[in-house]
Design a protein around this ligand. Sequence first.
Ligand code: NAP
Length: 523
Amino acid sequence: MSDYLRNFLANDWQPESGRVTNLLDPITGESIARVGGPADNLDVGFTFARTRGASALQAMTYGQRAAMLGDISKVLQSNRDAYYDISLTNSGTTKADSAVDIEGATFTLGYYAKIGAALGDAKTLLDGSAAVLSKDLLFQSQHILSPIRGVALFINAFNFPAWGLWEKAAPALLSGVPVIIKPATATAWLTHRMVADVIASGILPAGALSIVCGSSAGLLDALQPFDVVSFTGSADTAAIIRSHPAIARHSVRANIEADSLNSSMLGVDSAPGTAAFDLYVNELVREMTTKSGQRCTAIRRALVPANYFDAVAEAVAAKLAAVSVGNPRNADVRMGSLVSREQFDSVQAGIARLASEATVLYDGSTQALIDADPAIAACATPTLLGVRDADHAALVHDHEVFGPVSTLLSYRDTEHALSLAHRGLGSLVASVFSADSAWMAQVGRELAGTHGRVHMVSPDVGKTQTGHGNVMPASIHGGPGRAGGGEELGGLRALGFYHRRTALQGSSVTLQHLAPTAADWNI
Ligand code: NAP
């Protein structure tokens, strides 16, 4: 029988409980692991983390906690072969796509180990310098950041079972805050295995890391004042979380990362045949096909000057036609499957919905799948849609199809392109491709108000740019409005979510006593 993914609460693996749900191989449809129903002992587990976990973590310095992150990264690296196998079996991803998740996780941990080490022996962070409050200059106010006295509950989406955990856990643990992770059921196996490996390594103190798989029932009810919750997933679930009584009553801080209709803009200077045009086409194809388009940052709306519309459509279609789709166990397959048959159905329905106001410019479904049964496998082939009269299309700005799907939209001039980008009502990322740096900088400024990140690619950075959809730990991840209003990563900025800011007022003589165990919050 397939493995049962037991919960780990109060430093103990919990017995099976509740109604079992099977995790399936999205290529073969076979059951590969099981999770349980509503978790038992949630209150005991949350209390244990809040008390034992937090006090052990917060007895350490930032430097000691940073060293633990480095050790966790090494444990994960030493088990990476198993993670690739699980990713293939549970997420249906090729090795390259699994790497985005798995190597992204260890890279982010390594990054926080490094910048955390710079905080050394500190136990408190100073936010700016002291402000003078009295005429004799003696009475002053110093803002400090201290770790929250609660737990960090993470409720994650199905598309990043590895990175999705560690990009949140790295800044939380560095801050001294215990973590309780609830992975999305469909792909919980990889998260569970990583947590089990880290628990077995003994690196973390008891209570620092817990996991609940399967049903989310009761998790939000267990939240108390000073806890935080960080959610990644759909806007519908986000709305449930925001309005949950425990969150409202206890002022629980909530970080939300939700749907996003990201756009990418090709500059008018970048005609077919230019380097920026080629970079744009390559990026769009990469964004549509990486992880089968199941990235919250993927390009959903491709904004191109009206007179290049056909050339972009042809160039993208030619590249998409070369993307082989099917069972990632076959070395000839370039793009694997979606995570589940439910997601496959949702993507097909989404394409049909968008096609009610868009033209299909490329339809990959005429291609045969490699080593996969189209009646069982969750393999979606790429689809490029197009709308020439972008002002009269509404769904494309509103409906996120979470798969290998993007829509070309033609624009008249810069103002028109910007107004189309803004119709996403707040996105995680927009990218701009051009050789005209001054124009790109101007567009970047204009897009900043509705985007968490603006990725500008000129030919000089064509080879070194980090990719429209790749989230780098040094840059923030999150976006306003529809994208959820959250903010993660961004170097030490990420620690802010797991700390309380307090104004300490007193004599400068008293405040000076903070210095030996404090570091500047250098952001
Ligand atoms: P989802 O259905 O909202 O589920 C997300 C998580 O919430 C899962 O762990 C789910 O558990 C849990 N959940 C569901 N109902 C809940 C409730 N009532 N209370 C507490 N937790 C609950 O989203 P999804 O379908 O997994 O993810 C796809 C979406 O995530 C896409 O729209 C994508 O844009 C978005 N996403 C955003 C980002 C970002 O960083 N902005 C990143 C990745 C994905 P179960 O799985 O057990 O139901």
